[in-house]
Ligand binder design. Structure first.
Ligand code: 5GP
Length: 222
């Protein structure tokens, strides 16, 4: 069995346990504002972790190794691909990005829910793995808002900005494959909605089986 299969098996095994953490897959076109929403939600929703991806993109001002990303060179990334280290990986706007299996396995095994912030290709790859995952698509309210956010961020060259805007319509068309859609017209409203989705998913019967069984057992033995 390849290491890729073994690690995926490990995640699938964890997911068969009643008390495993849930994967929340959050996607949007770049500049859709998902980073801001996710940061706000991580501050207010307990027991929620963030999957730190690997990327070959250079760090932006203020980005910290191991917080926003693990920044690696292309050779290291390709070695990790060959070793089966990624649950999914994709080329996005010319750079490589990948979700490592290890952090996912470790954190969901302890019951922590985890947010994966990935592009639409990453979301499709996770869907193909048939994991127990909840997918959420975040849309900017308009082309002008997206363009304005990318310009305000000031991190892209005019060419990079052009690529991101050109890729946006195709990315937006993928919305129909997601479980939930949030229009990010107002950060407070949209982040409340993201937190509400996570909390509602936590209340699903299937995610509470072991807790409910403990309550019932308590009644039966009292
Ligand atoms: P940025 O360069 O703006 O940080 O990210 C560019 C795009 O790559 C964003 O849509 C972001 O969500 C996506 N991305 C970040 N990490 C990953 C990952 O691990 N896998 C995939 N497929 N996309 C990612």
């Amino acid at each position: 069995m390849s290491s890729r299969t073994t690690e995926l098996e490990e995640i699938l095994t964890i997911q068969r346990r009643p008390d495993h953490g849930t994967l929340f897959v959050v996607s949007s076109p770049s500049g859709g504002g998902k980073g801001t929403l996710i940061r706000r939600v991580l501050d207010v929703v307990p027991n929620l972790s963030y999957s730190v991806s690997y990327t070959t993109r250079a760090p932006r001002n203020g980005e910290v190794e191991g917080r926003e990303y693990f920044f690696v060179d292309r050779k290291t990334f390709e070695e990790m691909v060959a070793a089966g280290a990624f649950l999914e990986w994709a080329t996005v706007h010319g750079n490589l990005y990948g979700t490592a299996k290890r952090q996912l396995a470790e954190e969901t095994a302890t019951g922590l829910d985890i947010i994966l912030e990935v592009d639409v290709q990453g979301a499709a790859s996770v869907r193909d793995l048939s994991l127990d995952a909840v997918s959420i698509f975040i849309l900017p309210p308009s082309y002008d808002t997206l363009r304005g956010r990318l310009i305000a961020r000031g991190t892209d060259t005019p060419e990079q900005l052009e690529v991101r805007l050109r890729n946006a319509p195709e990315e937006l068309r993928q919305y129909s494959a997601f479980d939930y859609v949030i229009i990010n017209d107002n950060v407070k409203r949209a982040s409340n909605q993201l937190a509400a989705i996570i909390n509602a998913e936590r209340a699903r019967r299937k995610r509470q089986e072991s807790l409910v069984r403990a309550v019932i057992e308590n009644f039966e033995t009292s």
